[in-house]
Design a protein around this ligand. Structure first.
Ligand SMILES: Cc1cc2nc3c(=O)[nH]c(=O)nc-3n(C[C@H](O)[C@H](O)[C@H](O)COP(=O)(O)OP(=O)(O)OC[C@H]3O[C@@H](n4cnc5c(N)ncnc54)[C@H](O)[C@@H]3O)c2cc1C
Ligand SMILES: NC(=O)c1ccc[n+]([C@@H]2O[C@H](COP(=O)([O-])OP(=O)(O)OC[C@H]3O[C@@H](n4cnc5c(N)ncnc54)[C@H](O)[C@@H]3O)[C@@H](O)[C@H]2O)c1
Length: 451
């Protein structure tokens, strides 16, 4: 038995930050990771996907030259960005740099699968660690495939394979129109892949404001992607190097199938039952200090407050403060921002209109079309700003920005929701001309039109 102050199981973005910060604060920390230090985001998620999107946006921008500035010839080659991902971003999916950074910060690093064997004890292979203060869980999620007949027997792609692709396939069916499916569908289409998005729900990006998914579906169609909603996929098979995807009314023949239909929390083999928790649950319940029990904290995707890197990092900071007995606030989820990096970007914060109504608030909404904003018109932008106000308190409780820089325009609205800035104050501000964020000023005027 080896003793220490804290064991961190799973070194995704939040776990890596937790181990580093606690070690820097002088605690004896053991960090356990079975795959790659840094988790999904740097190797199979945010970073490589956004690099492909950046490259795909460059192609789309070059194709706009004909409309705006003359002519340009574009010959897409995914190999260029694939090389950049391999060499510059992931070091060929090798985490030695991240391990060194962790060790330099004072963390004892252990490669292997960590498993709770009781309160404050963790087993990794033959070694058992006893943590005086406790254990932090950050195991994250893995891609999961829906139970579609035949699918499991095919060599389908998930995010882990598609982000290592060296060339764009000629055709691809994308199962799932959530953030992963939508972002990669558009990016690969811009690289020349004939893409069909198969979404079981009524529209893509279902949890966003309905207008966002509807507009994105229209933009995808204009760009030549096929988006099929409310689909029933009956069977998937793979014969002679090609996939057949059987729907109720047609069969698609494609070179690749990308499954982006949701994630499975990595909770099954974590020994949760040894500390009184349910290993078959979808998430680990935590309090506002990220405590899941006595001497046990959980952070990241598995706590079910949104699967985003910034949430994992935010929750890490909350847990670290608690572990170090520092003041500084508890987790507050009123103003959680998120951005889907399609073109146009879809940024949202706080509640949607429906969520605000369901919460019993007295709701007013404000709207502005991006095409009616000067910068939006100049750029031929599609998109909108939608504001959701708690009219009784005169503050925003939610906002959505769809537009070329939707994720960045969202910043000021995140501040407004988080700090509960009165909408009257927001209306009294000066908004630089001509910027996309001036659409916020117009949406605020629309909000007040009911006064
Ligand atoms: C394609 C894609 C694109 C994305 N894009 C974005 C984006 O643009 N912005 C954004 O905010 N988020 C994005 N995300 C989500 C983001 O990657 C995750 O929210 C983020 O990685 C945080 O996850 P996490 O901290 O819970 O753990 P993870 O990153 O999932 O890491 C958990 C780690 O724990 C390890 N582990 C699990 N069990 C054990 C065990 N028992 N013992 C030892 N180690 C274990 C795993 O090997 C893994 O390395 C994207 C995700 C995907 C898949
Ligand atoms: N830009 C970002 O911040 C970003 C990007 C990618 C992923 N992520 C995170 O990763 C998480 C996982 O992403 P995801 O897109 O895999 O999952 P998701 O759960 O968000 O979306 C899955 C989609 O697949 C659909 N679906 C499920 N079963 C289906 C079936 N049988 N046939 C057709 N469609 C089906 C769902 O209706 C849903 O629209 C996201 O929720 C998000 O938090 C974030």
């Amino acid at each position: 038995m080896t003793t220490c102050d804290v064991v961190v199981i799973g070194l995704g973005p939040g776990g890596e930050a937790t181990a580093t910060e606690l070690a820097k604060a002088g605690l004896d920390v053991v960090g356990v990771e079975e795959r790659l230090v840094g988790g999904e985001c740097p190797y199979f998620g945010c970073i490589p996907s956004k690099m492909i999107i950046r490259a795909a946006d460059a192609l789309a921008e070059a194709r706009r030259v004909g409309d705006l500035a003359g002519s340009a010839e574009v010959r897409p080659d995914l190999g260029v960005v694939a090389r950049r991902i391999r060499e510059e971003a992931t070091d060929d999916w090798d985490d030695q740099v991240a391990v060194d950074r962790l060790v330099d910060a004072g963390v004892r690093f252990v490669r292997g699968r960590g498993r709770l064997t009781g309160p404050r004890t963790v087993q990794v292979g033959e070694e058992t660690f006893e943590a005086r203060r406790g254990v932090v869980l950050n195991p994250g999620t893995s891609p999961s495939a829906p139970p579609i007949d035949g699918l499991a027997d095919t060599p389908y792609w998930t995010n882990r394979e598609v982000l290592r692709a060296e060339a764009a396939p000629a055709s691809m069916a994308v199962i799932g129109g959530g953030p992963i499916g939508a972002e990669l569908a558009q990016a690969f289409s811009r690289f020349g892949t004939r893409v069909t998005v198969l979404e079981i729900g009524p529209r893509i990006l279902g949890p966003e404001e309905p207008e966002a998914g509807e507009l994105l579906g229209k933009v995808f169609a204009e760009e030549g992607l096929q988006v099929l909603t409310e689909v029933e996929i009956r069977r998937v098979s793979f014969v002679d190097g090609h996939f057949s995807v059987e729907l109720a009314d047609q069969t698609l023949e494609v070179e690749k199938v990308l499954v982006a239909a949701g994630r499975r929390p990595n909770l099954a083999d974590l020994g949760l039952e040894t500390v009184g928790l349910d290993p078959s649950a979808r998430s680990i319940e935590v309090d506002e200090s990220m405590r899941a029990g006595d001497g046990l904290w959980a952070i990241g995707d598995v706590v079910g407050h949104g699967a985003w890197t910034h949430m994992s990092m935010y929750q890490s900071a909350v847990a670290v403060r608690d572990l170090l007995d520092q003041d500084g606030g508890r987790a507050d989820y009123r103003a959680v921002p998120h951005v889907t990096f399609t073109d146009p970007e879809v940024g949202g914060v706080g509640m949607t209109e429906q969520q605000a109504r369901d919460a019993g608030l007295s709701v007013r909404t404000g709207w502005q079309d991006m095409s009616a904003n000067s910068r939006g018109w100049i750029n031929r932008a599609q998109g909108f700003v939608k504001l959701v106000e708690d009219a009784d308190r005169g503050v925003l409780v939610g906002a959505t920005v769809v537009g070329p820089t939707g994720g960045d325009v969202l910043g000021m609205l995140t501040t407004a929701v988080h700090a509960e800035v009165p909408t009257a104050t927001l209306r009294s501000m000066i908004y630089a001309y001509p910027t996309m964020h001036r659409a916020v000023e117009e949406a605020l005027k629309d909000l007040a039109a009911d006064d």
